[in-house]
Write a protein that binds this ligand. Sequence first.
Ligand code: GUN
Length: 295
Amino acid sequence: MSATIIDGKASAAKLREKIAAYAAELKAAHGLQPGLATVLVGNDPASEVYVRNKGKTAEALGFRSVHIALPADTPQNELLATVRQLSADKTVHGILVQLPLPKHLDEAAVLDALDPAKDVDALTPTNAGLLLSGRAHLVSCTPAGVMLLLQEYVGDIAGKEVLVIGRSLLFGKPAAQLLLAANATVTMAHSRSKDLPMLARRADILVAAIGKPGFVKADWIKPGAVVIDVGINRIDAGDGKTRLVGDVDYDAAKEVAGAITPVPGGVGAMTIVCLMQNTLIAACAQNNLPLPTGL
Ligand code: GUN
């Protein structure tokens, strides 16, 4: 039997509606317009697309959107000055510095210059630490999106065996914390893990965030398992065009899994909306307004 296809686009659209309504209320009741600043250094085409979509979504939701494009050879001190300036700007409530940065720039120093209250990616040590302590209100966008999809399609995940493949600051580490907080039994795997297929076959929920097209094979999947594909890989489609694929060998995997996220239209669709949710939360927190609940 073929898997249920987890429709990230539909879930994202529902959340988007709620955020738009809340933002309109915030403007009417308090004259507050959430502001999101995006910073892109260099001209990586994929990053340009992501950042443009973030700005467009912010505007569509009635947020203020500021985009700062810096050349690839921007010196460290100039990037730090930009981030500090945005951190001090009262009309900007969320700041996103698109990663990865060009090699000559020090990512940790950039995150240290970012006001944690405006860190809508939740990448600063303050927000990572709050998540570890179970006290986060800004949660990394892609892991937050995955949790929403699991809530909708699985429900209670207490006691479930979850394997997360990938240990990045952007996804694997925060995802593991959220899954643990939801009482799952979490295993973290990565490029040095031994016998990934064996680890994967134990998983009721298999989360792949490795960045290698089609890396997870159908025979690694426990029949009926839920497969969450976080990968976004651009591959040659053979006709002079490119296409997006995930980290899972989707066509074969969907014949074994119980439910699976497609790429595109799965996890990726949730990420941007969760970024908007974080911007809304950050705007409320910075203005001493109650945080939106039940979005
Ligand atoms: N690069 C890829 N995904 C992301 C993301 O969610 N946030 C940032 N800042 N950079 C990214």
